[in-house]
Write a protein that binds this ligand. Structure first.
Ligand code: NDP
Length: 257
């Protein structure tokens, strides 16, 4: 029997965007361990294939190169999954980008507002529009079965802001508010839509962060450490379960900071 049997995820069909690394990788593997068929989307095939091979130890899995900001590619990718496996039940909108900034309030201030209009729109295209396109491609399949679970990986910065990167924060805020609209519109179709708001999580996105950033975050975190991808994945799995009376929420995974 698959793990987490009480969540009744076995046999469900899941798509995880940005599933080749970090939080997406953890979500994909956990869903597969719970018995879901998992398709991982991302741009680079190499990490996706590795994750699909790991998922394949537990359930059927596939890797597809899909840029979530490309409407046609999204439609084609989702249709491919649905026709191979018979629909889409679970969508984890996790793909995202962040720019690397150096630690320190003064550095942040120097950097603040320096992104070009094109860079601003790139954040929106992947971190927010990407969710919109994926939702719109998956929801018709979910409506057919009167069942869907959508989990959007936003960020705690959507609520708090930060000294740097207004475009990143804006794109994450859009992801959160969009979550609430989708939840309202599609609740009657049996589709729940929730967001996870992670704090700092130890993933490839943070690999250039200086060690002192980890120390500072750990020191202001009641639970005393930086998050790990599995900390987020466990909540994603919970929100993907069959019997769920939660929708339109944004739930923090920050260790209490
Ligand atoms: P990673 O950089 O490991 O993951 C991001 C993933 O998104 C990569 O696998 C990347 O693969 C994929 N991706 C990026 N752009 C696209 C695109 N256009 N189309 C499809 N896939 C894409 O970092 P994390 O695991 O940390 O990030 C996952 C999510 O968590 C992001 O949305 C991030 O903003 C969010 N988050 C992370 C936090 C952290 O501290 N780590 C904190 C709060 C939120 P590829 O480049 O091959 O496409």
């Amino acid at each position: 029997m698959a793990a987490y049997a009480e969540y009744k995820i076995e046999g469900k069909i899941a798509i995880v965007t940005g599933g080749g690394t970090g939080i997406g990788e953890a979500c994909a593997i956990l869903l597969a361990q719970a018995g879901a068929k998992v398709a991982v989307f991302g741009r680079r095939m190499e990490p996706l294939e590795k994750v699909a091979a790991e998922c394949g130890k537990y359930a059927e899995a596939m890797a597809l190169s899909v840029d979530v900001s490309d409407e046609q590619a999204v439609r084609d990718g989702v249709d491919k999954v649905a026709s191979a496996w018979g629909g889409v039940d679970i969508l984890i909108n996790n793909a995202g980008i962040d720019l690397k900034v150096e630690m320190g309030e003064q550095r942040f201030e120097t950097y603040f507002g320096t992104e070009s209009a094109g860079e601003y729109m790139r954040y929106m295209a992947i971190n927010s529009l990407g969710h919109y396109l994926m939702n719109n491609a998956c929801i018709p399949y979910m409506q057919k079965k009167h069942f869907g679970r959508i989990v959007n990986i936003s960020s705690i910065l959507a609520l708090t802001g930060i000294y740097s990167t207004p475009p990143y924060v804006a794109s994450k805020g859009a992801s959160l508010t969009q979550t609430k609209s989708y939840a309202k519109r599609y609740g009657r179709d049996g589709i729940t839509v929730n967001a996870i708001l992670p704090g700092m999580i130890d993933t490839p996105m943070k690999e250039d962060s200086p060690p002192e950033e980890y120390d500072i975050v750990a020191s202001i975190t009641p639970l005393g450490r930086v998050g790990q991808p599995m900390d987020v994945a466990r909540l994603a799995l919970f929100l993907a379960q069959d019997d769920l009376f939660i929708t339109g929420e944004g739930i923090a995974v920050t260790g209490g900071s």
